[in-house]
Ligand binder design. Structure first.
Ligand code: NAD
Length: 384
């Protein structure tokens, strides 16, 4: 297979690495010479490291001979499959896809790695939109096994199937997601941040205590505030705001002023040295209050909101129950799939916790998904 990758940034260089280490010929384009030069050096260093660790056989040259770095789109003439990973801007992506359509073969597949744009809108830029779809990798692409594959309304079944099989052959875990805001992961994960922020804003617990509850009791790899600082408060806030606006201001996804102010202040997290935590003087950060009762209250409240979101995604056929659970386990390392977790906690328990929250706040944000009510009434389990 001949793969084309447009954009040698964070995602494009990772996707190119995945393909070249899986026996594909890769053409990697960037308009910036600097980006290509940095990528070349990075690829060689990573390959050498993987070979030294015994994770890859042979020499780095064996893999590097599979890749061409270019500043000319014309070099995409012979690709069968192309993945775009440039700046998240609809007008720029649209112009790129229109140029590409005049270069690649008529049956080449054109995919976008967009996180937030609709795949249908990108496909509509093409004369033949049936060959376009979304392939959403997670960062870092060579390490995170999940790829969400998103057919647009225009995408042909054969294009979807071909891409799904290709990704599987690269040892990726491919899940099929509907073309809706945030696809699976960026939609279902919203309450992990949003409900933690709400608990903080209400003064129920402070930042380290919420993180302690989620990691020590909940077994999440990182707490919500640790993770927001890791992702960057600017980036995480923008994703939340985009999802909120795309869902016509559904209060379930409402962004938080706490996070907005941190982003405005330049307290972006690890990358700026300060966010919810101070990274330059880490020992000065407050310690968690290790109160088990409070910890379980925090965990259960965030967990049930996550479960409600996952259940609603299933209810609205965003993906299958199995794929929703796989996506959260393999895309963001959740300790357990949320629907499996719901089965274990009890569907009626989940429904009752959502109703408790709704009865307390009378806010639409806490509405219980219809599927939790139905499964509780009929004593059903999620098919995971
Ligand atoms: P990035 O800024 O790291 O890299 C983008 C690259 O594209 C840069 O090297 C830039 O020179 C190049 N570029 C910009 N405009 C171009 C153009 N018109 N033509 C050709 N090259 C151009 O961006 P990224 O973080 O790799 O994100 C790329 C895409 O992947 C975006 O759509 C983003 O939403 C999506 N995405 C990002 C992540 C993430 O965690 N960073 C995760 C999943 C998906």
């Amino acid at each position: 297979m001949n793969l084309g990758v447009v954009g040698a940034g964070t995602m494009g260089r990772g996707i190119a690495q995945v393909a070249m280490t899986n026996s594909c010929k890769v053409v990697l384009f960037d308009r910036s010479e600097d980006a290509l030069e940095t990528t070349k050096v990075e690829h060689k260093n990573i390959l050498d490291r993987l070979i030294k660790k015994g994770k890859l056989q042979g020499t780095s040259q064996d893999y590097l001979q599979n890749i061409t770095y270019t500043q000319s789109l014309k070099d995409f003439e012979h690709v069968d499959f192309l993945i775009e990973a440039i700046v998240e801007d609809f007008a720029i992506k649209k112009e790129l896809f229109q140029s590409l359509e005049n270069i690649v073969a008529t049956d080449a597949i054109l995919a976008t790695n967009t996180s937030s744009l609709s795949i249908a809108s990108i496909a509509s830029a093409l004369k033949n939109p049936s060959r376009c779809l979304g392939v959403h990798f997670f960062n870092p692409a060579p390490i995170m096994p999940l790829v969400e594959v998103i057919p647009a309304v225009q995408t042909s079944d054969s294009v979807f199937n071909h891409v799904y099989e290709t990704l599987t052959s690269w040892n990726k875990i491919a899940v099929k997601a509907k073309d809706t805001p945030g696809f699976i992961v960026n939609r279902v994960a919203r309450p992990f941040y949003g409900e933690a922020l709400r608990i903080l804003e209400e003064g129920i617990a402070d930042v380290p205590t919420i993180d302690w509850a989620m990691t020590s009791i909940g077994k999440f790899r990182m707490g919500p505030f640790q993770l927001m600082d890791f992702i960057g408060n600017d980036v995480n806030y923008t994703v939340t705001e985009t999802v909120f606006q795309s869902f016509y201001n559904d209060p379930r996804y409402k962004p938080s002023f706490t996070q907005k102010r941190l982003a405005e202040a330049g307290y972006l997290g690890r990358k700026s040295g300060k966010g919810y935590y101070d990274y330059d003087n880490f020992s000065s950060n407050p310690k968690p209050t290790k109160d088990e009762t409070l910890g379980h209250h925090i965990l259960n409240r965030i967990l049930v909101m996550l479960i409600n979101e996952a259940a609603d995604a299933l209810y609205l056929n965003i993906a299958s129950a199995k794929d929703i659970d796989l996506a959260m386990e393999k895309g963001v390392n959740y300790p357990k799939g949320l629907l499996k977790w719901a089965n274990q906690k009890g569907i009626t328990w989940c429904k009752e916790r959502m109703d408790d929250l709704y009865n307390t706040y009378h806010e639409d944000r806490y509405r219980c998904s219809a599927i939790l009510r139905k499964y509780s009434a009929e004593n059903l389990q999620f098919p995971v």
